[in-house]
Design a protein around this ligand. Structure first.
Ligand SMILES: Cc1cc2nc3c(=O)[nH]c(=O)nc-3n(C[C@H](O)[C@H](O)[C@H](O)COP(=O)(O)OP(=O)(O)OC[C@H]3O[C@@H](n4cnc5c(N)ncnc54)[C@H](O)[C@@H]3O)c2cc1C
Length: 283
């Protein structure tokens, strides 16, 4: 299938990309692994593409004190290969699609597209990531928990460009993990659960948990987090906390040819339990 016709401009800097997009009312393209498929399906017809894929300043994983910065153009393969990042991120990146998708697809494109079945929104929400966004009038930062606002929707405007995502650096006593039930053909998440847990003297002192794949956007799981805090991480306590996810899901559960809403709901606690167990083991 061919995409509709479009004009093509290649930007060599963030400023040029923003100006070109505005001038031609275009759409940014990073790896093209979500944009081109939706154009081929005639779900998007931007008329003009502004290729940001060669802005080298937006590429790479860079430790910076208590945080690690990930340039928006960093590929999933580079994230998977990084030993600087909290375990959940390389783990999730290694389970994205296939080698071609991981070598072309980017962190920025993944989160800007905000596909409910994507993995990185869930992991970045659990890690408490911060998104750096550039626009005409300068740049601003948005917490991951406020960034994903709905089905294919984010807090970014059409004229804004995501430049960087920063996550807390690995810390002693804290373990992170991601578990997903995936579509065997595409590897997109049917249910994905991400956890960051901090242990102290054998008990969980704090935890952040997020769920995705079955809800329109990645969500923090406050009930699971509350059920974990202050508890010994026995199997029974982990299971009880994972079961609390039912209260965090809300009423809008996705259902499609791959899995019914009911099945996804049942799988949510299973994958939250697996993610907590792995994270505790790593803490
Ligand atoms: C076969 C297949 C399997 C896949 N499996 C998975 C999977 O298992 N898990 C998963 O998470 N994902 C999966 N994906 C999606 C993949 O991760 C894509 O790479 C990713 O979603 C988009 O990244 P991209 O760089 O290709 O973005 P593009 O396709 O270039 O862009 C996507 C959208 O984001 C916008 N955009 C891109 N970069 C920026 C930026 N820096 N600032 C603002 N807007 C921007 C574009 O305008 C466009 O609207 C799969 C894709 C394919 C084709």
């Amino acid at each position: 299938m061919y995409p509709p016709k479009f004009d093509y401009h290649r930007a060599s800097s963030v400023e040029e990309a923003i100006a070109l997009r505005k001038e031609h009312d275009g759409k940014f393209m990073a790896g093209g692994h979500s944009l081109i498929p939706v154009m081929k399906l005639r779900l998007a017809d931007p008329g003009c593409i502004v290729d940001i894929g060669r802005i080298d300043a937006l590429r790479g994983v860079c430790p910076d004190g208590a945080t690690v910065k990930i340039g928006a153009l960093t590929t999933h393969a580079s994230v998977h290969a990084s030993d600087e990042l909290p375990d959940a991120l390389p783990e999730a990146a290694g389970w994205i699609g296939d080698p071609m998708v991981r070598n072309r697809g980017t962190v920025g494109g993944n989160v800007a597209h905000a596909d409910p079945s994507s993995d990185l929104p869930t992991v970045l929400t659990a890690l408490g990531a911060t998104m750096k966004i550039a626009g005409d009038g300068g740049s601003r930062e948005v917490a991951a928990a406020d960034f994903f606002t709905g089905l294919f929707e984010t807090a970014m405007g059409e004229d804004e460009l995501l430049t960087e995502v920063s996550v807390p650096a690995k810390a002693a006593g804290t373990g992170t993990a991601y578990s997903k039930l995936f579509n065997p053909a595409s590897r997109y998440a049917i249910v994905g659960a991400a956890v960051s847990v901090t242990m102290s003297n054998g008990t969980c002192s704090s935890a952040t948990v997020a769920i995705g794949g079955l809800t329109p956007n990645a969500k923090r799981c406050g009930s699971v987090e509350a059920a974990l805090a202050g508890k010994e991480m026995s199997e029974a306590n982990i299971e009880a906390a994972a079961n609390a996810v039912a209260a965090d899901l809300g009423d809008d559960i996705l259902s499609d040819i791959h899995a019914s809403a009911d099945y996804r709901k049942k799988m949510a606690s299973v994958f939250v339990k697996r993610a907590i167990t792995k994270a505790v083991g790593r803490a």
